[in-house]
Design a protein around this ligand. Structure first.
Ligand code: ATP
Length: 321
């Protein structure tokens, strides 16, 4: 293998740039030519491909977002879109592809492999930390700490005014990030997409907290469970908690300077992605499990979706007493 490509796809995640840097520089050291593909699979269809050298990735390890930009590409879901993408790869002589993204992006990589035989390696980059085959995804730690910083600030004002706050965090399909925000932020309750919101139980636990002398309460709401406004309205309609406040952290959670953990994870996994492509691996993902980089079939990402353990739900509940 002499030439590889890189793309970032799906939602951007802090640390993606560190992964791009690691891939470009490892490939350079190993004597490979590297092409950066802009805007994920859309760029592959549109032919937005440019060679990258080690100096093209200078000064990006500390930057959020992705210099390659990203996209959610509907055309790639169709066979014709994938045919055009495969043509672009062939046109540039790209013999292997590193795909940095979540499980949707991995499904796309799997299709490219099964339909066109393109060796693809997935590098887990999503703030959700919801895919199998890795303990952590690139961007999760930063997004968790960004939300936590906001929750800590909200707690100051919630305590001072003796108020109830509903704080909406990201998580359309997975409550992992929200659950960890709740545990780390000492939230009184967490609503996640995995369970339909039980507002009667929420009101009962808020009442219990007030009886036990709590001066304030924070309910973390994953966007896929409800909007914070819906949750606040539902609670106020059925209880005495009518004067709550709503904060939507939203996209603030995606951006920002990646934490040390995310930079190190991205550097390790980006480096490993090049090594395994050179070893002839295809249709696999690199992940971090326990204390080492491991290689798994790329389908592990969606077949063994990462879920928060029930024990975290119990922990959040117990510690909110
Ligand atoms: P995030 O976790 O941040 O949402 P993701 O990679 O899961 O990241 P998606 O929007 O699900 O994000 O997927 C990114 C892109 O991957 C899609 O826009 C589409 O182009 C491609 N993709 C997703 N699912 C498939 C599929 N089943 N087959 C082919 N391509 C797919």
């Amino acid at each position: 293998m002499k030439t590889i490509g890189i793309l970032t796809s799906g939602g951007d995640a802090p640390g993606m740039n560190a992964a791009i840097r690691a891939i470009v520089r490892t490939a350079h050291v190993k004597g490979l030519t590297v092409y950066g593909i802009q805007r994920g699979y859309q760029g592959l269809i549109d032919g937005r491909v440019a060679e990258m050298g080690p100096r093209d990735v200078s000064g990006i390890i500390n930057k959020g977002g992705t210099i390659l930009r990203t996209a959610r590409c509907k055309a790639f879901l169709e066979a014709e879109g994938r045919r055009e993408a495969a043509q672009t790869l062939a046109h540039h002589g790209i013999e292997g592809l590193a795909v940095i993204g979540g499980d949707g992006s991995y499904r796309g990589a799997h299709d490219l492999y099964t339909e066109y035989g393109v060796p693809c390696i997935g590098v887990p980059g999503t703030i959700d930390n919801d895919i199998g085959g890795t303990d952590y995804t690139i961007g999760y730690d930063t997004a968790l700490n960004t939300a936590l910083d906001a929750i800590d600030k909200i707690r100051d004002t919630a305590d001072s005014h003796e108020r109830l706050f509903f704080v909406e965090v990201m998580g359309r399909h997975s409550g992992y990030l929200a659950m960890m925000c709740g545990v780390a932020g000492g939230a009184e309750a967490v609503l996640v997409p995995e369970y339909p919101p039980d507002y009667d139980a929420l009101v009962a636990s808020l009442r219990k907290g007030a009886e036990l002398g709590k001066r304030s309460a924070i309910v973390v709401v994953a966007e896929g469970a409800a909007t914070a406004t819906e949750a606040a309205r539902a609670v106020s309609e059925h209880s005495e908690f009518t004067d709550s406040r709503v904060v939507v952290i939203g996209h603030l959670q995606r951006g920002g300077v990646p934490t040390a953990s995310d930079r190190i994870l991205a550097s390790r996994l980006g480096n490993a992605a090049v090594d395994v492509l050179l070893e002839g691996e295809e249709d696999k993902m690199v992940g971090w499990e326990g204390k080492e980089v491991l290689l798994r079939p790329i389908s592990t990402a969606w077949e063994q979706k990462m879920k928060f353990h029930e024990s975290m739900k119990d922990l959040a509940h117990t510690l909110a007493s």
